[in-house]
Design a protein around this ligand. Structure first.
Ligand code: KG4
Ligand code: ZN
Length: 342
C-alpha cells in the first residue's frame, strides 16, 4: 500500500500525517502553538514561523514513528503551500521540497482551504462531491462550488474579518482567552442570544455570497463601552453580561454563516453542503446547520471537531491530486495571500 507524508504549517499548528492510499491514517501529529500566541490575543507571524522551524522535524519524526515506518517507506510528499502566513508556509514548503529531493519521491501541493473541505470527505467515508463548501477558519470565511476534489470555484467570502478572527477579537474585547472561538462559545452557554440586538451584516443582500464581520465586532465593542471610553473598555464586565454578549455575538455570526451557505446551495442547485475549518467546531453553528439542512432536505457534512482545526490528515486530498496527475516540482513556492485559490 502506497504511503503519503503530508505536512501542514500554514498558520500556527505544526502538523504531519502519514496516510495510506486507501485513506487509512497511519500516523498523525499536531503540535499547537496556542500557548505561544495566547498572551498576544492572536497569532504573531514571526513567532509562528520560528516555532514551525523548531517543531517540524520532531513532528515528522514522531509521525513516522507512530506510523511504524521510515522516510524510505514514503511514496509521496505533500505540503499545504497556500493560503497562510508567508513565513509559516515557507517552513513547510522548504521541508517538503527537501524531502522530495532527498527521497526522489513526487511532490504534491495542497490548497489548505480545499483540504478543510476534504476533511468532510474523509469523515463521510464516501464521495461528497459535487457540493457547496463553506470554510470558516481563523483566516478565511469562504464559499466554494466544489465540483470534484480537484475542482473548486470561489463563490464568495468575507470582505474583512474572517469568522474565526471575529471570534478571536470578540474574546479579546470580552477579556476571554485565546483562541477566542472556544472561549466565546463556552461563555455563551450561560447567556441569552437575544440579550443584545447585534447586526447581521450583508444578510439582507441576497445578491452577494459574501460575509462581513468587522462591523459586528465594532457593535460588540460599543455594547461593552460607548464610542470612545477606552477606560470603560478595560473595566471588568459582570459575568452575566459577558455571557449575554458572547451568546448574542455568536448568534449573529452563526446566522450569517448559515443563511449565506444555504443561499449558495440554492443558487448552485446543489444537494450537499460540506463545512470545515476551525469555526466549524462551534456547537451552535453545527446545530443550526443541521436544522436548516434537514428542513430543506439537503445532505450536510461537517468535519468532525478533531478535523476542523488545522491538521495534516486532511492533506489526504493530495491522493486525489496525485491520481489526477497534478504534481509539483522543486520550483514550488509558498503563496500566502490567495483567498480564492481555484
Ligand atoms: O482552521 P483553524 O484551526 O486555523 C486556520 O486555518 O485559521 O481555525 C482556527 C480558528 C480560530 O479563530 C478559533 O477561534 C476558531 O477557529 N475556533 C472556533 C471554535 N474552535 C476554534 N470558533 C468558534 N467556535 C469554536 N468552537
Ligand atoms: Zn485552517
Amino acid at each position: 500500500m502506497l504511503k503519503l507524508l503530508a505536512l501542514e504549517t500554514t498558520c500556527d499548528e505544526t502538523a504531519a500525517a502519514v496516510i495510506a492510499e486507501n485513506g487509512d491514517v497511519l500516523g498523525s501529529v499536531v503540535a499547537s502553538q496556542d500557548a505561544l500566541h495566547s498572551i498576544f490575543g492572536g497569532v504573531v507571524p514571526e513567532i509562528a514561523a520560528r516555532a514551525h522551524l523548531e517543531q517540524l522535524l520532531p513532528v515528522i519524526e514522531e509521525t513516522l514513528r507512530r506510523a511504524e515506518c521510515q522516510l524510505s517507506d514514503i511514496d509521496l510528499i505533500a505540503v499545504a503551500n497556500t493560503p497562510g502566513l508567508a513565513g509559516s508556509l515557507l517552513v513547510g514548503v522548504v521541508a517538503a521540497k527537501s524531502l522530495a529531493l532527498a527521497t526522489g519521491k513526487p511532490l504534491v501541493a495542497i490548497n489548505h482551504l480545499h483540504a478543510h473541505i476534504y476533511a468532510c470527505r474523509l469523515a463521510a467515508q464516501k464521495d461528497v462531491f459535487p457540493c457547496v463548501g463553506l470554510i470558516v477558519s481563523g483566516g478565511h470565511s469562504s464559499l466554494y462550488r466544489c465540483s470534484s476534489p480537484t475542482d473548486f470555484h470561489y463563490l464568495g467570502g468575507t470582505i474583512d474579518d474572517a469568522a474565526g478572527e471575529a471570534f478571536d477579537k470578540a474574546a479579546a474585547l470580552l477579556g476571554l482567552p485565546y483562541p477566542g472561538g472556544p472561549a466565546v462559545s463556552k461563555a455563551a452557554e450561560a447567556g441569552s442570544p437575544t440579550a443584545f440586538d447585534f447586526p447581521r451584516p450583508l444578510l439582507q443582500d441576497r445578491e452577494r455570497l459574501d460575509f462581513s464581520f468587522s462591523g459586528l465586532k465594532t457593535a460588540l465593542r460599543y455594547a461593552i463601552a460607548g464610542p470612545g471610553n477606552p477606560e470603560q473598555l478595560k473595566a471588568q464586565l459582570p459575568p452575566q453580561t459577558v455571557a449575554d454578549l458572547a451568546a448574542s455575538f455568536q448568534a449573529a455570526v452563526v446566522d450569517c454563516l448559515v443563511e449565506k451557505s444555504l443561499l449558495a446551495v440554492r443558487r448552485m442547485k446543489a444537494k450537499t453542503l460540506c463545512v470545515g475549518g476551525g469555526v466549524a467546531a462551534n456547537r451552535l453553528l453545527r446545530t443550526k446547520l443541521q436544522q436548516a439542512c434537514a428542513k430543506q432536505q439537503l445532505e450536510l457534512h461537517i468535519a468532525p471537531p478533531e478535523l476542523c482545526t488545522d491538521n495534516a490528515v486532511m492533506g489526504a486530498i493530495a491522493w486525489e491530486k496525485f491520481r489526477a496527475g497534478e504534481l509539483s516540482d522543486l520550483s514550488l513556492d509558498a503563496i500566502p495571500g490567495v483567498m480564492r485559490g481555484a
